[in-house]
Design a protein. Structure first.
Length: 349
């Protein structure tokens, strides 16, 4: 089997496990309003890049060299848990960010606000957001159910996921507590990105895969270091896509980050190198930010912020590759992780 066909097979196992779980929960729901939440959760689980389950399965199976049924079943369950965990985080994140579009569709909160509004609810915004929070909660608790069903001896895996969830919560709190008036450093933003996204998206899936695959301490340490670099690189690329990406490919607005005056490696660089930035930043916070948004993008390019972010991304991706190709890491696994790193570096969504 080719690498692509192995990955397709492995992710098919994850999708089957996730679909079976969601079908069971929908069948158990007796209230149509509650069924709607499960329907929206199932819809939200579709269309993602499946990075987290792919990392679990790739590491657990040694990139397809260990395909015994017990390992496959456990890794598929853990991979499904990470995917629904990710979906729950996104649902809650969209509420906190007041985003209305995700993957080219209305967010869960936006969809439920529309349902409430159509039903004559005079406080549809609050009702929809509240119902979306419940939907996200169902996803987070569902992740633990999937872990419990993944197989015996899941204690270490549960510990890893539990720590990842707590680190993510800490990162989210830091994120919402960082005001537009703050002056974070680039290293502060990378640390925040690690907590908010990197730990649960890269470090924890790889760590769980290493546990399931029985890897020793030396390769596990190298994979952990590579995962940290990959998580940082992922956020830098996200910052670029969120500012100068193609909404038709990303499924998200390129105005949201700027209009919310979200601090990124791009804005921190521009603020330190262009005297116009404080005025632009203030204008972005006012009621009609179109002109300021256009000027902000111009300064992001002219100040070198765009080029710096690209260089930072390249350096972090290169560092990840160095760790993944350490002599202690089995060659098929190293090759698969490098290929995934290449794909993530070149992504446009």
């Amino acid at each position: 089997m080719t690498t692509a066909s192995v990955q397709e097979h492995l992710l098919g196992l994850v999708d089957a496990r996730l679909e079976a779980f969601l079908d069971l929960r929908r069948a158990e729901a007796t209230d149509p309003s509650f069924t709607r939440l499960w329907d929206l959760l199932a819809q939200s689980c579709q269309g993602g890049k499946r990075i987290r389950p792919l990392l679990v399965l790739t590491v657990a199976t040694g990139a397809g060299t260990r395909m015994d049924p017990a390992t496959l079943a456990a890794a598929a369950g853990v991979g499904a848990a990470f995917e629904i965990l990710h979906t729950g985080f996104l649902i809650h994140d969209d509420i906190m960010d007041r985003d209305v579009q995700r993957r080219g569709r209305p967010t869960v909160a936006a969809a439920l606000m529309g349902v409430a509004r159509d039903g004559g609810d005079t406080d549809a915004t609050h009702t929809g957001a509240s119902a979306a929070i419940i939907t996200g909660d169902l996803a987070l608790t569902g992740a633990y159910r999937l872990l419990a069903d993944a197989g015996p001896s899941m204690s270490r895996v549960v510990d890893i996921v539990d720590e990842a969830l707590r680190r993510t919560a800490e990162g989210q709190l830091r994120d919402i507590s960082t005001t537009p008036a703050a002056r974070p450093r680039e290293e502060d933003l990378l640390d925040l990105a690690r907590l908010k996204t990197g730990v649960y998206s890269f470090e924890a899936p790889i760590a769980c895969g290493a546990v399931l695959g029985g890897l020793g301490p030396t390769p596990t340490a190298q994979l952990a270091a590579g995962a940290r670099d990959l998580g940082g690189a992922f956020q830098v690329v996200d910052d670029l896509l969120g500012t100068v990406g193609d909404p038709g490919l990303t499924g998200k607005s390129t105005s949201s980050d700027l209009r919310r005056r979200k601090h990124t490696v791009l804005t921190v660089w521009a603020a330190a190198r262009d005297a116009r930035w404080p005025s632009i930043w203030d204008d972005l916070g006012r009621g009609d930010p179109d002109g300021a948004e256009h000027l902000a993008r111009e300064v992001i390019v002219s100040s070198g912020a765009h080029d710096h972010a690209r260089e930072l991304s390249a350096a972090l991706h290169d560092s990840a590759r160095t760790h993944f190709t350490h002599p202690s890491v089995p060659e098929p696994l190293a090759r698969a992780l490098v290929a995934l790193t290449d794909t993530l570096e070149a992504r446009s969504r």
